[in-house]
Design a protein around this ligand. Sequence first.
Ligand SMILES: Nc1ncnc2c1ncn2[C@@H]1O[C@H](COP(=O)(O)OP(=O)(O)OP(=O)(O)O)[C@@H](O)[C@H]1O
Length: 275
Amino acid sequence: MAAIHSIAGSARERATGSNAKPGINANAISIKDCSLTFGQVRVLNQVSLDIQRGEFLSILGPSGCGKSTLLRLILGLLSPDQGGGIVHHVPREEIGIVFQKPVLMPWQTAIQNIELPLSIGPQRAKQSKAERREKAEWSLELVGLTDFRNHFPQQLSGGMQQRIAIARALAADPSVLLMDEPFGALDEFTREKLNIELLRLWANPDTGLNTVVMVTHSIQESVLMSDRIVMMSPRPAKVQDIVNVPLSHPREADMQELPEFLSTVREIRKQVKAL
Ligand SMILES: Nc1ncnc2c1ncn2[C@@H]1O[C@H](COP(=O)(O)OP(=O)(O)OP(=O)(O)O)[C@@H](O)[C@H]1O
């Protein structure tokens, strides 16, 4: 099916506005005809996708089709065995990731967990200890958890732990954030709250965050949050379709009652059934 709607105006503005300076590619990352096989199992089959600067892109597809594999490919943790490869138009160190499980160190406090990646590897030399602490405090404040800075993970709810994981990713100042089912383990109420919080962080000019790529199993979540939705086919996965979401920004939870929201959800459901 052809893309069913034109791209939302504000997304285009984000993609082609202040971020797309002359001479800078309008894409953040380009995936060119990539295939990947694990042993005898072909997981990705000639996947091509341009991830545009400034967009919120969701990836939807059947379980096991290769969505997480695609994120790992984008991050550079895996390499394609065939195809033109991945072109990063933004520096690799500007790409952050948030996983479904927050993976926090249980013996470290919230603020220490956020600081940790800033204090190891090449990141360490970039900032003094005081600067790292200041950055961690800043990102903790962004996710509204300053009062919980000295709490250990087990003293925090699942939603709070995931906000710490998001703060940890934001502390490294990513321009591109990859998210692998970040809210999949949360209850519906918390999930919807964090959906909107994440959109606010994406729109917040204080963060360098510009482009989000989110794997999700939820059609509603993908429509509420995204500018475009990539539909993957069953394994070996290829890009089946790209759906443009006709909702404006800023998004609000009650937009889920709009006819454009409902018709887009219906259209995607129809496509999912036909996979
Ligand atoms: N390191 C690996 N070695 C071998 N096979 C792997 C490896 N990683 C993933 N796979 C296989 O690749 C396929 C795709 O896995 P992947 O986790 O990318 O799917 P997914 O679409 O993210 O699944 P889900 O929606 O259930 O999270 C699966 O069959 C999985 O078993």
